[in-house]
Ligand binder design. Structure first.
Ligand SMILES: [Fe+2]
Ligand SMILES: [Fe+2]
Length: 328
């Protein structure tokens, strides 16, 4: 039997539990928070005062902070790309409305609130050029992404386990920074988003955990493949209006590094967390090739840490069209 068919069988086996995963890791619509819970209420008579206060407090936040937050928001807003791609993963069948497709739809429903909330906040803040941001979002959706997983569920679940934790780190740091600048409302918003990302991370990493129990060698090889290729960020094609594909990503990433929202050390930390979580050192019944993959993975965080130490981040901020320094 081909590897492809075994993967499909594993996905079908796990699909029997998807309803339980939905109950455990996702929250029903009526119970989960909505963006409106944290934004000024436009139906209220105090709306104008609330906006005024929001805008006043936001004036203290620095340039790189805005760039990092805008980039995070745009990453969230490119959700159609991610839903599409997950629907294409082997074992997910939207036409048949199978269990995995239900998971993807409900995950998308939760994720959609993130971009909504951050977008509305940024719009109200008056600190950023919304039209430029909107053009970048449209470009990013047009450009899609290329994360090197193909339709392989094993590689995809490694990617989502990693990426949900990376977004947790990023939103959580933005929250801490906002708090340190006295913006407790923005801190709360980002904290709520980070909480969702953590739940999603726990779900995807549990899927991988289950696959390790059924098909350990192939799961190990898929993990190695993704770590060797490196996890590409979902917004790696980021560009500003009138610019070439991908031209803004590195500048955004540098801003995020400078202000400590997401750094090369975080990348290594996340890798180590996944290795610990899946107890890679304890996984048995491996083929020779998978044993070698395991050895490679166990040594990788230390190797990557050395490389990240040598990384030099430019001191100067790139001037984005999204955030005009004159306005800050
Ligand atoms: Fe999100
Ligand atoms: Fe997420």
């Amino acid at each position: 039997m081909s590897i492809k068919n075994i993967r499909l069988e594993v996905m079908q086996l796990l699909e029997k539990n998807v309803s339980a995963y939905v109950d455990q890791y996702l929250i029903p619509v009526e119970k989960i928070w909505q963006p409106s819970d944290f934004l000024p209420n436009s139906e209220s008579d105090t709306f104008n005062e609330e906006i005024k206060e929001l805008r006043e407090i936001s004036k203290d936040l620095p340039y790189d902070f805005w760039v990092a937050m805008v980039g995070d928001m745009i990453t969230e807003e490119a959700l159609p790309t991610y839903e599409n791609w997950l629907m294409e993963v082997e074992g997910v069948d939207n036409l048949e409305r199978n269990g995995w497709a239900k998971w993807v739809r409900q995950w998308t429903g939760e994720e959609n609130r993130h971009g909504d909330l951050l977008n509305k906040y940024l719009y109200l803040s008056g600190r950023v050029n919304m039209r430029e941001i909107e053009m970048t979002t449209q470009h990013l959706i047009n450009d899609g992404f290329d994360i090197g997983t193909g339709r392989d569920p094993y590689k995809n679940f490694v990617y989502t386990s990693f990426q949900e934790l990376a977004t947790y780190v990023s939103h959580n740091r933005v929250s801490q920074l906002a708090k340190s600048y006295g913006d407790s409302k923005l801190a709360k918003m980002c904290k709520m988003v980070a909480g969702d990302e953590m739940r999603h991370h726990l779900a995807y990493s549990e899927f991988v955990n289950q696959i390790f129990k059924i098909d350990p060698s192939e799961m190990m090889l898929a993990f190695q493949y993704m770590m060797k290729a490196k996890i590409v960020m979902p917004a790696h094609f980021l560009r500003e209006s009138g610019q070439k594909i991908s031209s803004a990503f590195e500048h955004f990433s540098n801003s995020a590094q400078r202000i400590g929202v997401y750094t090369a050390n975080d990348y290594v930390d996340i890798m180590q967390k996944l290795i610990d979580k899946w107890e890679i050192d304890k996984i048995g019944s491996l083929t020779d090739e998978a044993e070698k993959a395991r050895d490679y993975l166990m040594k990788l965080p230390a190797r990557m840490a050395k490389i990240s130490e040598r990384l030099i981040i430019p001191q100067e901020s790139f001037q984005f069209k999204w955030v005009e320094p004159a306005r800050l």
